[in-house]
Ligand binder design. Structure first.
Ligand code: AP5
Length: 222
């Protein structure tokens, strides 16, 4: 099964794709996490994409295509993949379509998340992440149990470079200009299931709303 999570920065793609992964037993691929890990490790990929990621610009499509193509060939992907942060342009959606079709499969589901700008800015300003295992925390709605250490691996949690106020606003603009057209593209795609979830409010509310819609659409069972 192939699932795409779409939505503006801070809508909860990372949070809810990880939950859906647990419910379905399918791995999540976050292009953002892969790129940030490459930057952290100083790899050639990291050096190439750092300027884009830190400033909130989109990384060129050909870089993302290579990365996704390799991921689809990995053993972990044999039951399918949940994509967090890909595709992000209509061109990337067409690339995804081609890559999956080449493997004799198709995209099964698009999950579109949305939240108000004001809430997004507050969430991203208070988000902290684990640079080691990529776990997501929030100082207001979901802090780690042990001060500033990751609950899972004990690493010191950090603020993402692109979660500074001026970059958050720029990312929202980039989303509206380059990614929002994808919503209409997917809504008009015949035979494709699209689920829309309002994630305003606390994470538990969005989690319950998402779970209900996945049950109604028979994507998961009780
Ligand atoms: P990426 O890592 O994908 O970032 P993003 O799309 O900006 O999304 P975020 O990770 O900021 O937010 P999210 O929706 O996952 O929210 P989260 O669950 O963390 O991309 C980063 C960069 O990489 C891009 O700018 C670009 O440069 C590059 N890139 C990546 N993919 C690319 C691609 N395909 N093409 C080109 N470039 C690409 O939640 C946010 C916070 O809110 C958390 O702290 C969470 O705990 C908290 N929270 C509070 N309340 C809730 C609630 N109700 N629901 C969910 N979370 C809540």
């Amino acid at each position: 099964m192939y699932i795409v999570f779409l939505g503006p920065p801070g809508a909860g793609k990372g949070t809810y794709s990880n939950l859906t992964s647990k419910w379905l037993g399918i791995p999540v691929i976050s292009t953002g996490d892969i790129l940030r890990n490459a930057i952290e490790n100083g790899t050639p990929l990291g050096k190439r994409v750092e300027i884009y990621v830190d400033s909130g610009e989109l990384v060129p499509d050909e870089v993302i295509e290579k990365l996704v193509d390799e991921t689809l060939d990995s053993e972990a992907a044999n039951k399918g993949i949940i994509f967090d942060g890909f595709p992000r342009t209509v061109n990337q959606a067409e690339i995804l379509h081609r890559l999956i079709e080449n493997r004799g499969s198709k995209l099964d589901l698009v999950i579109e998340l949305y939240a108000d700008d004001e809430e997004i800015v507050q969430r991203l300003s208070s988000r902290r992440v684990c640079p080691e295992c990529n776990a997501i925390y929030n100082l207001i709605t979901g802090p780690p149990k042990n001060d500033s250490k990751c609950d899972i691996c004990g690493t010191e949690i950090v603020q993402r470079e692109d979660d500074k106020p001026e970059t958050i606003q720029h990312r929202l603009n980039v989303y509206r200009k380059q990614t929002a057209p994808l919503l209409e593209f997917y809504h008009n795609k015949a035979g494709l299931k699209c689920i829309i979830v309002d994630t305003n409010g606390l994470p538990d509310v969005g989690r319950d709303a998402l779970r209900k819609k996945l049950l109604e659409n028979e994507v998961i069972s009780e």
